[in-house]
Design a protein around this ligand. Structure first.
Ligand code: HEM
Ligand code: SF4
Length: 557
């Protein structure tokens, strides 16, 4: 994986000292809260419900065992011994003290980690496929380009104060595991006449106004991604709204202008930068790509896996096809029943780091589904990995199943929440705790957000749950049929919202319609696409008075 050079190291160390000085000037009253705010935000520091919330970047989701051990140490020493993996390749700590953050940053910098631009109105952490470099279906390994994008976006002087946050995702497979349709810029691989490039998608996003992005350029050669993104960002920086935070994202600008007019402005701007110094040369690509060479794979040959039922279940759900014969990528579930989705304790982080050292060349990945991945495990080692993972609560065999939910921290931690989301996840997990039943139900993405900001990706869940506020009470709106991947689509609101204690029943009713109506091999989504939303609606609202549509339900319709 990428190793810092002297420039990276200097940048990061200087940044730690700069922030240390900013914190002490703020403590001394020399910086007002308003002045300090953008400075702390650009270093990943929010002020939240109970304490500051601190967000650490895991660029394009890749880290090594030493980095994970350091995160474990930081969470133990400065926080409450656990962290929360988010949907954007970040780890959040919920309880640090502001005055400790410079020390935390200094400890992170020693292992080449930081929190730069993990919040604030700037270019955020670059995200990609968690299986980049190892997936059997991959056409190109996106990690070198993601690293080039990381370097280009870090401290980009022109884009430090954008109208609003800005997120770029890059995908190198046909299928797309990076949610490219729902980013400010999505780069989705396209090969034309043997030339590698990207379809450029712009103006997607979830949040208050969920919009599937639009194609702004059908094919862009890979060498041009920086100059072209620069042109998009210039147009946005110039024309994006700054008068209203809710209308400031690029998606609003693209919608207001129409994608053709927007594309025209981008092309005009690009005419100035195209072919300029930010064009990626083959030698620069090769220099960065040299950091991502394949580890020393052996030729393990075929392995006969033990028959043990529990082990087989785990293998079925948690193993991902690998491009090298005899190897596999293993997803360690952070969705054990009764645990907040995405949470991981310091002890577990250390176990995972040891697993990576022993069985996966010391490297790890974080998925936007809030799980952690050992990308290079020999099939022959699966049983040993499973046993250790199981002993440590990391082998719930539920990847892709109903209980492997995406869930934001919601009202338990987040100041912006309309409703709690973790207890809803826990209640649904408790209701569906029978593994045979879960396996029978099959693939379902259930995504939960505590408010319309959509941090839990509820719009793209097959079943989406959104916390809404009604007269200061917590209610939940349900969407169906959303999906990620290259066929990504927003879910449809099913109708009036539900009280918290109704939610396990509601989900159960939705599932029961599917189980009754499915034909042989149909997944939940296939059945939904075939029969539409009405049968689900009818079952869920059976016996309830219709028509009491609630004001808050309009938000994401
Ligand atoms: C507790 C601290 C958090 C705060 C204050 C916060 C705040 C926000 C806000 C205000 C938005 C809406 C942005 C907009 O539309 O302009 C948003 C979007 C988002 N956040 Fe969070 N968030 C927090 C935690 C998280 C967590 C824990 C996750 C992942 C589980 C996350 C991932 C995202 C994602 C994926 C979006 C999607 C919307 C988009 O940009 O299209 N955030 N967040
Ligand atoms: S969706 Fe809302 S409640 Fe959940 S983390 Fe985001 S801002 Fe907070």
């Amino acid at each position: 994986m990428y190793k810092y050079d002297a420039i990276d190291r200097q940048l990061i160390n200087e940044r730690v000292e700069q922030f240390r000085d900013q914190v002490s000037r703020w403590q001394a009253g020399e910086l007002a809260d308003d002045e300090f705010r953008p400075l702390r935000l650009q270093n990943g520091l929010y002020i939240q419900r109970h304490a500051p919330m601190f967000r650490i970047a895991v660029p394009y989701g890749m880290l090594n065992s030493a980095q994970l051990r350091r995160m474990a140490h930081v969470a133990r020493k400065y926080d409450r011994g656990y962290g929360h993996f988010t949907t954007r390749h970040n780890l959040q700590l919920n309880w640090p003290k502001i005055e400790d953050v410079p020390d935390i940053l200094a400890e992170l910098a020693e292992v080449e980690m930081h929190a730069i631009q993990t919040s604030g109105n700037c270019l955020r952490n670059i995200t990609t496929d968690q299986f980049a470099g190892v997936a059997a279906d991959e056409i190109i390994d996106t990690r070198p380009l993601a690293e080039i994008l990381r370097q280009w976006t870090t401290f980009h002087p022109e884009f430090a104060f954008l109208p609003r946050k800005f997120k770029i995702a890059i995908s190198g497979t046909e299928q797309d595991r990076a949610v490219t349709w729902f980013h400010d810029i999505g780069l989705h691989l396209k090969v034309v006449d043997g030339q590698v490039g990207f379809t450029v998608i712009v103006g997607g996003g979830l949040g208050r106004t969920p919009i599937r992005g639009e194609v702004v350029r059908d094919f862009l050669p890979w060498q041009d991604i920086l100059t072209y993104c620069e042109a998009i960002l210039r147009v946005y920086n110039r024309a994006g709204r700054r008068d209203n935070a809710y209308k400031a994202r690029i998606k609003i600008l693209v919608q207001a202008l129409g994608v053709e007019a927007f594309a025209k402005l981008v092309e005009e701007e690009w005419a100035h930068g195209k072919g300029g110094p930010a064009t990626i040369t083959q030698s620069e690509y090769d220099r960065i790509a040299a950091h991502f060479t394949a580890p020393a794979y052996e030729s393990p040959g075929d392995t006969v896996l033990p028959e043990e039922k529990a082990f087989r279940r785990w293998v079925d759900r948690c193993r991902q096809p690998h491009k090298v014969a005899g190897y596999t990528a293993v997803t360690l579930s952070l969705k054990a029943h009764g645990v907040a989705p995405g949470d991981i304790t310091s002890d577990q982080m250390e176990v995972v780091a040891d697993l990576a050292d022993q069985y996966s060349f010391g490297e790890l990945r974080i998925s936007h589904e809030q799980n952690i991945i050992l990308a290079d495990v020999k099939q022959a080692d699966l049983y040993a990995v499973w046993q250790i993972a199981k002993e440590n609560g990391l082998a719930t065999p539920n990847i892709g199943l109903l209980t492997s939910m995406i869930c934001c921290p919601g009202g338990d931690f987040c100041d912006l929440a309309n409703a709690k989301s973790i207890p809803i996840a826990t209640a649904i997990q408790a209701r569906f705790d029978n593994l045979d039943y879960l396996f029978d139900i099959g693939e379902i993405d259930l995504n939960i957000s505590g408010c319309m900001n959509a941090c839990g990706h509820h719009h793209v869940g097959h079943i989406g749950v959104l916390g809404v506020d009604k007269n200061n009470d917590e209610f939940y709106q349900v969407t169906l049929g959303g999906r990620q991947g290259y066929q990504a689509r927003l879910g449809k609101v099913i109708g009036p919202s539900f009280a918290a204690n109704e939610m396990p029943d509601v989900v159960e009713k939705i599932i029961s319609v599917y189980l009754e109506q499915r034909s042989d091999e149909e997944r939940f989504l296939d059945t939904f696409d075939r029969i539409g939303i009405d049968p689900f609606k009818n079952r869920v609202y059976e016996g309830r008075a219709h028509g009491k549509a609630k004001a808050a339900d309009k938000e994401t319709a």
